[in-house]
Design a protein around this ligand. Sequence first.
Ligand code: ZN
Ligand code: ZN
Length: 119
Amino acid sequence: MEPLRTSLKPGSCDDGRRKMMEDYAAGHADHLEFLARELEMRKLVPTAASAAALLATPRVGDTRETSCHVCQDDFEEEDKLRAMPCAHTFHQRCIFRVLSVNRLCPVCGYQLPADDEMP
Ligand SMILES: [Zn+2]
Ligand SMILES: [Zn+2]
């Protein structure tokens, strides 16, 4: 059997990646380890809950945006909003859901602190 790495040539990244996925799907790897590596590759780190709690709470109308980039819905008068330090604003429910798995702003990639980066 030829070594797995032979398919990972420059310029054939997608093929190499698909091959890797297939090899994993074939069932000879620890699936949890695979998921952990996927998360690491995409740098998905949850936001520290204390950092998310500190996000500003602008009123509808005071923000640059008029709609939420997570759910694409327009902001309504009674919606609770949260603004990231980069000033991108989302529904509180939407951005908190995102930040619970990923500490990056969905629009610009601004990075919030993770748990181990809080004082
Ligand atoms: Zn939303
Ligand atoms: Zn942003």
